[in-house]
Design a protein around this ligand. Sequence first.
Ligand SMILES: *Cc1c(COP(=O)(O)O)cnc(C)c1O
Length: 469
Amino acid sequence: MDPEEFRANGKQLVDWIADYLESVEDYPVQSRVRPGDIQDRLPDRPPEHGEEFQAMLADVEEIIMPGITHWQSPNFFAYFPANASGPGILGEMLSAGLGVQGMLWATSPACTELETRVLDWMAHALGLPEAFLSHTEGGGVIQDTASSATLCALLAARERITDGAGNRDGVPDDLVAYASSEAHSSLDKAARIAGIGDARVRKIATRGDGGMDPDALERALIADIEAGLRPCFLMATLGTTSTMAFDPLEPLGRLARKHGLWLHVDAAMAGNAAICPEHRWMHEGMARADSYCVNPHKWLFTNFDCDCFWVRNRHALIRAMAILPEYLKNPATESGQVIDYRDWQIPLGRRFRALKLWFVLRHFGLEGLRERLREHCRLARWFADQVDADPHLERVAPVHLNLVCFRHRDGNEAGEELLEKLNDSGRLYLSSTRLNGQFVLRMSIGQTETRERHVKAAWERIRSSASEC
Ligand SMILES: *Cc1c(COP(=O)(O)O)cnc(C)c1O
């Protein structure tokens, strides 16, 4: 594809995407294909001879689109938002167009330096501690996902407590990690990969509000210390995946400090709201955190993948991750004056992800972003009020931000029937969880184009369907 052909096809594809975004709410939100439907329509061998771009685009419409669940629909209320935006998509395109590999500062200085600057911007925007800014010992980096950020934090914690012996000699079998019973499953995976193992991840009980119980944590710490084990890592969650509950950072931070644990704060979803000063309450106690992550690819209009990860002490992270083979040596690295982000992450290679976040921040401005998030939170409050006044439904968790969890008063079967009926309609998409044995529907309001009329229409359908279950 020469540049002229690329220009023509590219313009056509941009038009196609713009048309799609314009009409996305007309599609049934959740794809209804059966397992294998899409594969069955694809040839089982690649073509021997090149094809026209038109043929690929036609197959996208014919074969691919029926298998798409429309995450960008304003009627998508399932799981969590993965909200994209025009500037985010354009940043993603530019990243592909430049096609740089940003593993070292030297392999594309702008890729590193823009990322450092944008992460400092984000730290200011979220009101994070000064110690996370790049002019200190700390700093930020873009990871693919919160799962990777948690794994990096755990590896840094492991090498800090073993003074490098984990990497050198293998992982000792006395390290223990702690999180609440509501923490994200990515911690369990990270603990397996880091050699901690399932048996040494403690799931601490939560209090009535869903946040971790600090007294239960302290009891677990003391029991482990008395058993001769070494508590090493504590993950606090701000906004749990099931019900968006908040762990109390302040007392958890004190316990982490007292017992020498690395405190990682997982704010993947809810942390985005901290760009609004009125939601910064969740960060109270952040002064003791060793690391923090948030996903602009969830609720900040930046296309997947984009997780922002900060550490208080970059040397602890780099010590865990750095390996310098001969073929990567270069004068800039040796000068010690540059950041080589390959030492802040698991893979070597890295994409130019800062572009899309930079575009998003500049397009909306912080006030523009706050306005959207505040509207989502206002709509969630309105929705919660409707549920509270409804005879068939019952709310099961407090609404702190943009997630409303509710159940059918007639029980789990009625709730399951309700969810199926709603999602089958194609007009909206919700997901579910379980809480104390109860089947719970989750209404997560956070898509870029979700407005009051979408939430009102969704409520009308939920209300009338609930009365028939
Ligand atoms: C979504 C979520 C994750 C996982 O995010 P990925 O970026 O997909 O790894 C982890 N923790 C919390 C609290 C989340 O909401």
